[in-house]
Design a protein around this ligand. Structure first.
Ligand code: NAP
Length: 439
């Protein structure tokens, strides 16, 4: 029987993820110890309410309402309480008292990541956060370690399961956004207050973490352009399908050169966009997540799986625990944050992409030519145009629907085109403007 050095593990939070991590640690402690090369002794789980029901149940004697005292005796602190405070202060205290830390807290990392990384680096502590993006999906370690020798060009991610579930239901069952959201709430995919998901805040936090890691640059949350799914309509989803696309809430980050200024930098953004049905991300259904990486040498890679769930997320946390424990035993500094590239984060106006624009127009001869010349005046080239009715009707009040796909254009040129369309006498309404990605 191998005698391992014992490491003391404290868990902050005994909720969906924390209770699963604690339970698996108690159940599989010996096996995890063999993998880590250290005994893993769970010394306590900090919670708010000692009497709350926990799934799975935890031994009462492990629970405490005093997280500050708990961390003082720990070698490794696992933070699964969520929110900014007291999680931030507790993790800083844990680092300063000599512990390594693991967290699944994307909100904290996206807002105070540099502070935590700096504090960890000062004392040589480790900070692991595999579960903060994509739940069970290994994505932090592949970006940090496996792709460390490559250059990531672009990441397209479906990183919010709630919105993917909603858009998927709209696409597959013709549900309205409201009905799909109600179903997501009923199934427990959406919170009672779904704002963080449907307005894209959750995805923005995750893309800030992914972009910082992929491009070795601090990408603060405030620099992420964010649009949610609340304006997505059934008409958009249907017209996307007819044109061979699906609507997905995409978290995108990429290296790019501003088309107008020539400045090199990175862009990080979240918005609903069309992707071709043939793109691997189009096959991500339900509440699943996927991250599609385009790297210079590796080419295209996709990481797919459960983006949330207590048990699934616990898998990623325990993976971090084994890594942290192994390194704790061997010694040496933790993996420092890499921000040597320090690229500027460019605004949304710097990006170039394709667009699909749906218009209601007067149904009479000459309208197509008028619309086409508006696009060309603003330097936006039309790639495809479909119309719902023959433009040439006798009735002067008749309306036709035009769906126009563009070649690549800048946000700036597109915005000018849309403004011109809105004030054009032949356009009755600009029904929708969606970006097209993944071509
Ligand atoms: P949760 O179910 O709400 O659990 C939070 C836990 O923290 C509860 O046990 C709560 O105690 C405890 N807690 C909160 N504030 C506390 C305080 N001030 N002092 C002591 N204990 C406190 O949250 P969760 O879903 O497990 O999520 C935990 C973290 O994992 C979050 O950062 C989340 O973003 C991240 N994450 C979650 C998932 C997921 O699928 N759930 C996926 C990926 C990442 P009580 O139980 O007594 O209230």
């Amino acid at each position: 029987m191998i005698e391992y050095r014992n490491l003391r593990i404290a868990i902050l939070g005994g909720g969906s993820v924390g209770a699963q991590v604690a339970s698996l640690l108690l159940e599989h402690g010996d096996e995890l110890a063999s993998r880590a090369g250290a005994g893993l002794e769970l010394i306590g789980v900090a919670v708010r309410d000692l009497d709350a029901k926990r799934t799975p149940p935890l031994p009462r004697e492990l629970l405490t309402t005093d997280p500050a005292s708990l961390i003082l005796g720990a070698d490794i602190v696992i933070e699964l309480m969520g929110g900014i405070e007291p999680a931030r202060t507790l993790l800083l205290d844990a680092i300063n008292s000599g512990a390594d830390i693991i967290t699944a807290n994307k909100a904290l990392l996206a807002t105070h990541g540099p502070e935590l990384f700096d504090a960890a680096e000062q004392v040589g502590a480790q900070l692991y956060y595999e579960a903060a993006v994509g739940g069970a999906i290994p994505i932090i370690r592949p970006l940090r370690d496996s792709l460390a020798g490559d250059r990531v060009k672009r990441i397209l991610g479906i990183v919010n399961g709630t919105t993917n579930y909603i858009l998927d239901l709209m696409e597959r069952e013709g549900a309205s956004l409201e009905d799909a959201l109600a179903k997501a709430t009923e199934l427990g995919y959406a919170e009672a207050d779904p704002t963080a998901d449907i307005e894209g805040y959750d995805a923005a936090q995750k893309v800030s973490i992914l972009a910082s890691l992929a491009f070795h640059t601090n990408v603060p949350l405030e620099a992420v352009h964010r649009e949610g799914i609340t304006a997505v309509t059934m008409e958009q989803v249907e017209s996307a399908r007819k044109a061979g696309f699906v609507v997905k809430l995409l978290a995108i980050c990429e290296r790019l050169t501003d088309a107008e200024t020539g400045e090199d930098g990175v862009s990080a953004r979240v918005y609903p966009a069309l992707i071709p049905v043939t793109h691997p991300l189009a096959a991500v259904h339900g509440a699943n997540n996927a991250v599609f990486i385009e790297a210079e040498a590796a080419g295209d890679l996709m990481f797919y799986g459960a983006g949330a769930g207590g048990l699934q997320t616990a898998s990623a946390v325990l993976g971090d625990l084994v890594s942290a424990a192994r390194r704790h035993v061997i010694g040496g500094p933790g993996v420092a944050e890499s921000n040597h590239a320090n690229l500027p984060v460019l605004p949304i106006s710097s990006i170039t992409t394709r667009y699909q624009i749906t218009l209601k127009v007067a149904d009479r001869p000459g309208v197509l030519a008028a619309i086409a010349s508006l696009f060309s005046e603003h330097g936006v080239s039309v790639e495809a145009l479909t119309q719902s009715a023959g433009l040439g009707a006798i009735d002067p009040d008749a309306t036709a629907t035009l769906v126009i796909g563009t070649h690549e254009a800048t946000e700036h040129a597109l915005a000018a085109t849309v403004a011109a369309l809105k004030s054009s006498e032949v356009v009755r309404a600009v029904v929708s403007v969606l970006r097209v990605e993944g071509l």
